[in-house]
Design a protein around this ligand. Structure first.
Ligand code: CAA
Length: 292
């Protein structure tokens, strides 16, 4: 059975990107958020991104309008009952995700595939709590979703070949490059990326160099598109903290443990670009390093 109707739950940074890319690729997409304000914020975020693409002549006005037509929004989980695929992109909280999948499980058709965009929880912990572990995969996208080409397609020991193949084909239909990953916390990319970001924070704690100099070092010295602290601000410092706690819990290895400074910055509400402040102040034209 082909995937035509897609549901996206959560319309934050990742969910809005996933919904936008799926609608642009011709899928009929229904987005669910928890209340009208969140729906409005998500709708605006997607619209802004599509308008920007038109301004930059990456998308024609006709294609934007057609994409917009394929998108709809709801606050009701039951409105996703007819979907062929539902992708969850809510916050990294297993209880919340399981409550959501429990609700979806009772409402969606037998054929509906469930996918989670989690970056660090295991797919197994969600799939095992539903009646369809064979129709459950991980679809892990990267930020910013419209730009980053990779999708990690994650299978558990219960995922059927058919489900995996359909999820893999779906990722290709979005114009992405899928890779197959086993269901270990962090999959492939975060397993390597998260310790790197945490290590940068540890080196800062040790006073090796300043935020700006470490970032300049890694961009100009290694050709990375962003230094580790800009990347922390970009991913969300609260998100990085949650991811590292989950990965540390899974592996009990020091390399995944959140450094104290990370916890302090989260406690101050400096979550990165989304709140205007993280390692940098993002309120001006150029980011300015903040006192640490
Ligand atoms: N939506 C759509 N397009 C965007 C965009 C967005 N949010 N952000 C940037 N772009 C586009 C720009 O329009 C621009 O397009 P053109 O070249 O056609 O004009 C292009 O991307 C490059 O953007 P900029 O020139 O503004 O800036 P840049 O060269 O620094 O590129 C970047 C921006 C693509 C984000 C680049 O800095 C980059 O690749 N950074 C690393 C991102 C990364 O590592 N992401 C993974 C994060 S980890 C994660 O997501 C997983 C997890 O679980 C934590």
């Amino acid at each position: 059975m082909n995937i035509e109707k897609v549901g996206v739950v959560g319309c934050g940074l990742m969910g809005s990107g996933i919904a936008e890319v799926a609608a642009k690729s011709g899928f009929e997409v229904k987005v669910r958020e928890i209340n009208d304000d969140a729906v409005e914020a998500g709708r605006k975020r997607i619209r802004r991104s599509l308008d920007k693409a038109v301004e930059k002549e990456k998308l024609s006005a006709e294609d934007r309008d057609a994409t917009w037509e394929r998108l709809s929004f709801t606050t009701e989980v039951s409105d996703l009952a007819d979907r062929d695929l539902v992708i969850e992109a809510v916050v990294e909280d297993l209880e919340l995700k399981n409550a959501l999948f429990g609700e979806l499980d009772g409402r969606c058709g037998e054929h509906t595939i469930f996918a989670s965009n989690t970056s660090s929880l295991t797919i197994t912990d969600m799939a095992a709590a539903t009646s369809r572990p064979d129709r459950f995969v991980g679809l892990h996208f990267f930020n910013p979703v419209p730009v980053m080409k990779l999708v990690e397609v994650v299978r558990t020991i219960a995922t059927s070949d058919e489900t995996f193949d359909r999820a893999f084909a779906f990722s290709k239909a979005l114009g992405k490059v899928p890779i197959a990953a086993k269901d270990n916390s962090g999959f492939v990319v975060n397993l390597l990326l998260v310790p790197y970001m945490l290590d940068a924070i540890r080196q800062l704690e040790r006073g090796v160099a300043s935020v700006a100099d470490i970032d300049t070092g890694m961009t100009l010295g290694c050709g990375y598109p962003m230094g580790p602290f800009v990347l922390c601000d970009f991913v969300g410092i609260d998100t990085l903290y949650k991811i590292s706690e989950i990965m540390f819990d899974e592996y009990r290895e020091e390399r995944y443990a959140p450094p104290p400074l990370l916890r302090r910055i989260v406690a101050m509400g400096r979550y990165g670009r989304k709140t205007g402040k993280g390692f940098y102040d993002w309120s001006g034209e150029q980011p300015v390093p903040l006192p640490i």
